[in-house]
Design a protein. Structure first.
Length: 125
């Protein structure tokens, strides 16, 4: 029986880690429960009141400094900067370390995180 080399051990660990990471976006999408679709194209526009806050999302032309792929999200009229990750998940400046499946879910997560506080405009730079 061949002895386990360092290279084979590292390869096996990388494969196991990759399989685990691949399952995370699907689990988060199922948890989000926002009725949106994981983004493979442009996300759907939305305009709703969530926990007493008006959240909106829509396609925005020009792109500019936005990492949201031309998609803008607002909480009570203030832009919430969102970014689309390579795996199709979304994060915002408020809930940066908790990716979700759609911009709507990012807006809802931001409202939850703000706990009633006002969203302060994020300076574009």
């Amino acid at each position: 029986m061949p002895q386990l080399s360092r290279r084979r051990a590292l390869t096996a660990a990388a494969v196991a880690a990759g399989a685990t990471l691949a399952a995370v976006p699907a689990a988060r999408a199922a948890r989000a429960g926002d009725g949106g679709h994981p983004a493979h194209g442009s996300p759907e526009a939305f305009d709703e009141v969530y926990r007493g806050r008006r959240i909106q999302g829509r396609i925005q032309g020009g792109g500019g400094h936005h990492h949201g792929g031309g998609y803008a999200v607002y909480v009570d009229g203030v832009e919430l900067h969102v970014m689309r990750n390579a795996d199709g998940s979304w994060i915002s400046v408020v809930s940066h370390y908790d990716p979700v499946s759609t911009p709507r879910a990012a807006a809802r997560a931001a409202v939850d995180e703000l706990q009633g506080a006002r969203l302060v405009p994020f300076p574009a730079g």
